[in-house]
Design a protein around this ligand. Structure first.
Ligand SMILES: [Zn+2]
Length: 80
């Protein structure tokens, strides 16, 4: 399936304030998804694809590593 991204007319990214990305089907112009990405733990709200990849992901990784260093997984048999 072909997918194209256009800019949202009203919804804005809560991090960079640029319009959110809207996923559309190029042939029909049908909107497939326009809800943005979960911006937590950076912000409470929705963010665009580039912030999700560049900002949110790195903060999540950072938190994940901090948790590992603190040994919060002690006693937890789960392997990562
Ligand atoms: Zn953004």
């Amino acid at each position: 399936m072909n997918i194209k991204y256009i800019k949202h007319k009203t919804k804005k990214c809560c991090i960079c304030k640029e319009p959110l990305d809207v996923m559309i089907q190029p042939e029909t112009g049908k909107i497939l998804y326009d809800g943005g990405n979960n911006a937590e733990p950076v912000m409470k709200g929705r963010c665009c694809n580039s912030c999700d990849n560049e900002v949110v992901l790195s903060v999540r990784l950072e938190l994940f590593h901090k948790r590992l260093l603190k040994g919060e997984n002690n006693g937890n048999k789960e392997h990562i």
